[in-house]
Design a protein around this ligand. Structure first.
Ligand SMILES: Nc1ncnc2c1ncn2[C@@H]1O[C@H](COP(=O)(O)OP(=O)(O)O)[C@@H](O)[C@H]1O
Ligand SMILES: [Mg+2]
Length: 265
């Protein structure tokens, strides 16, 4: 489904701040795989997502998605086939528009939206999609999104990013800014949607425990390279301590910070 070959990206080349953020990175994802991504600060995790999403072009390398070469495809065209969530719940939704208007825009139903409003059929469809979240959003379709809590907004953004079945879903620490209860809820909704729709998904998380227990495969990034890639039995049997030991052995240095070790959810 996703194939990344020899991805290279150096920031500020030729300056004292030159930094190799992606170092000949190769990665292949099968359709429906749910990969969690861990690595220390500055390892290149967000840069990898930016490269896939088209925030910048690679210095070298190739990216294909669903058989299409997207290496040079413009960012807005990639956005039509790649869903993306960020840490900041304020990104991804329009605060002055209602829940149903945001969903209508996300599902490509914007034609006539401002003249005629959202159709009854779409309202029903949106309510049905929101109900399983258990947040009561299905009864608040006409509420402005700016009035929602961070967790509610992230749940809505998740639905908006997946409503038109993207070829790939990229989640960049999308629960990290939420309080523990909201984070757990949004993680639950994430697992539900990804599994139900069999979405090919990559999720960056600072939480090693969550990385090992969510999805089907875990990769670890360091210095713009993949230094660990586990799935199946090896992953099932992996512990947080085991992973950190492996990381140290592979020369990754100090992975553990308090945030990674203490967060249990
Ligand atoms: N646009 C940019 N310009 C310069 N340096 C950048 C840019 N984006 C990221 N970097 C640098 O690249 C490295 C990897 O960053 P990033 O991918 O954001 O790390 P993380 O794994 O924490 O998400 C960091 O050293 C960061 O400072
Ligand atoms: Mg990051």
């Amino acid at each position: 489904m996703l194939e990344i070959q020899n991805a290279c990206k150096t920031f500020l080349p030729g300056t004292v701040n030159e930094h190799v953020a992606l170092d000949r990175l190769d990665l292949t994802l099968e359709e429906g795989e749910f990969v969690t991504i861990i690595g220390s600060n500055g390892a290149g995790k967000s840069t990898l997502f930016n490269a896939i999403g088209g925030t910048f072009l690679l210095d070298a390398g190739r990216i294909t998605l669903g058989g299409q070469d997207i290496t040079f495809l413009a960012e807005h065209k990639r956005a039509a086939i790649i869903g993306r969530l960020f840490q900041d719940p304020m990104k991804g939704t329009a605060p002055d528009m209602t829940i149903e208007e945001n969903l209508a825009l996300a599902s490509g139903r914007s034609r006539g939206l401002f003249r005629k409003g959202v159709s009854k059929a779409d309202q029903d469809r949106f309510a049905e999609a929101l109900a399983p979240f258990g947040m009561g959003l299905e009864d608040r379709l006409k509420t402005k999104v700016g009035l929602l809590s961070g967790g509610q907004r992230q749940a809505l953004t998740l639905l908006m990013s997946t409503i038109s079945h993207p070829k790939l879903l990229l989640l960049d620490e999308h629960t990290a800014a939420l309080d523990p209860a909201a984070a757990e809820k949004v993680m639950h909704i994430t697992r539900h949607i990804v599994t139900r729709d069999r979405l090919t998904t990559m999720m960056i998380t600072h939480n090693i425990q969550s990385a090992l227990k969510t999805g089907t495969r875990t990769i670890m990034l360091e210095g713009g390279r993949i230094i660990l890639d586990i799935q199946g039995k090896e992953r099932d049997e992996m512990t947080v301590a085991g992973l950190m030991e492996l990381y140290r052995r592979k020369g990754g240095g100090e992975l553990a910070n308090d945030r990674m070790l203490l967060t249990k959810d």
